[in-house]
Design a protein around this ligand. Sequence first.
Ligand code: ATP
Ligand code: MG
Length: 565
Amino acid sequence: MSKLFVQTLRDFPQDADAMSHKLLVRAGYIKKIANGIYSYLPLMQRVLKKVEQITREELNKAGAQELLMPFVQPAELWQKSGRWGAYGKELLRMKDRHDVELCLGPTHEEIITFIADGILTSYRQLPVNLYQFQLKFRDEIRPRFGLLRGREFIMKDGYSFHTSQKSLEEEYENMARAYKRIFERCGLETKMVQSDSGAIGGKVSHEFMVLTKTQTGEDDVFYCNCCDYSANSNHAYSILPDKETIAPFDKMTEVHTPDVKTIKDLAEFLNINENNILKSVMYIVDSKPVLVMIRGDKEVEETKLLNALSGQEIRKATDDEVFEFTGLMPGFMSYLGLEGKIKILFDKSAEGMKNFVIGANKKDYHITGVNFDKNIEFVDISLVKEGELCPVCSKPLSVTRGIEVGNIFQLGTKYSEPMEAYYTDENGQNKPYIMGCYGIGITRTAAAAIEKHHDDFGIIWPLAIAPYHCVVVPVNIQDEAQKKVAYDVYNKLLEKGVEVVLDDREDRAGVKFKDADLIGFPFRITAGKTVNDGLVEFKIRSTGEVLTLTPDDAVQKVVDEVSKL
Ligand code: ATP
Ligand code: MG
């Protein structure tokens, strides 16, 4: 311990927002270098290597092969796939001294497709699954929560190549099983949920979520208590329990609604429910205005909206923009009168509305008793709410927060087709590879383990990914008897292959115990006064359990636990 490159802090850092971030800094695992960019100090490096090794073992067992691709990538390949323009600002672009455009790899679909092309030439060579551990750089708009959402981070990314959708689906299942084992071995229970495919592309995808109660989980996961439906909120669907809503207005009337600012105000003013009001919300999607009509008690899910429009960038319109495009103040607009002038989308939640209320496109006025024309098309672009019904079995859905530690995608030919990466099939025909891709956030997984396993005193590492299995603490290093027992225990553990630290510092016992808890060694063997009776104290970090044992028994206990890994 006197040599270990670690500096624990008395207090939590000021700028940390997640528990894992606070603890990693305070316990001396990471050091921030720039926004969203960290150094992994020796303790952290040991943790990351363990997560990596578990991942490697399980993937190799599942038949995948490891390679290593470059961090810096040529624009040329991204232009070929069509993503150079499509990826947005997360892609950090640069030029070299010859004015050649390059980028820092945020993901490696283009590179792997380029590699496969020319090597995997025949159907006889397929399927193949290749993976790497590599740094990624994404100029995230909101890097936060320390390692949970960095700009630079370590990912395991894997890619598979197939001749048929069936073969892809088999490998997808194979990877799903491997992922479950990987996270289990890391001490993390995960839920596999349906998700949106985002910038990676493809149709079918799932995320592996560590469910958390804290706000640190960045995703909401909706799940059914009765069947196994579960999905990220950006891809969750539901049946509304109150699908049909009929407002008490039997003919269309313009109503004066002064000082009514919100949907809630309007519902109260007219003495109706919020689900009797058709709300208008304006977005700017790829610099163009889009008006969304949605039931008053529902909210827009921006990813779903973006997908419905095949857009890339989305934000809410400002009041000034609303005025610019409609000549109106927000609060009183509606689709009536704006048709043909601006893109309008109707959310599915509105489908069952009758005699409803909308803005009159006139300040301080609404229209009651409106009904839709027959030819209106509805798309599902709303956020699911807890209590709405499962789309599979119609039972109520629940919601929880989650941290996405991994995901799997069925890409199909999204990259092979534009990049002209072909193999020849049985009939000598050129065909694009059918591809899958599979990611695990190595740094995020380690941080998620802390989110799940910690207490007021510090980190509680699952044994499999702890930087060391055990710490040996002589209470008073000046006491010859204590010192001798501590060194004996330490040497015996080393001999048996246990990863162990001896706290040989001159500090008070209290300081050493505090550090041991903070750093999160799974086992602590303490040599104090009882060494004179031939006994040491054995403490289990996760349960707080303390046993008094002979030094040999304490050593054996650690050895037993480690051998179960
Ligand atoms: P997210 O929705 O959280 O941004 P993503 O869908 O962009 O993730 P992928 O591109 O598929 O994720 O990356 C695979 C894995 O890499 C994710 O499951 C996650 O564990 C990890 N990951 C992605 N972005 C980050 C980040 N900014 N910091 C740390 N890990 C990340
Ligand atoms: Mg992302």
